[in-house]
Design a protein around this ligand. Sequence first.
Ligand code: AMP
Length: 109
Amino acid sequence: MPTLFTKIMRGDIPGDIVYQDRYCVAIKDIAPQAPVHLLIIPRTEISGVSAVEKTGDHQYLLNAARNIAEEMGIEGYRLVINQGEAAGQTVPHLHMHFLAGRDLSWPPG
Ligand code: AMP
């Protein structure tokens, strides 16, 4: 059964895709928490950080974030990955939030 994000990436359900490369896709979050709120999602269905292989080249999510920031002319942004229910993960397909466009307080809630 494909995940919600795989369905969006395949075009089976609507989604606002703003970036794509060989490894991942970025979409606009449906409930944005900042003027810019994207989700960077690996094309491969990995359930979360805890399921990422311990070896290998996993910098593709960071490369995508940097590419998006350069393309959009954004200097400051926050990257967030929620792992597990306790951290607020609701979609079991690894994704990195890209937040920008307003001052972001610290620590996060
Ligand atoms: P998380 O809570 O870290 O798992 O993040 C899941 C994110 O997916 C939330 O910020 C939701 O607003 C977002 N989301 C859920 N459904 C959709 C959708 N159909 N299109 C875009 N974003 C979605």
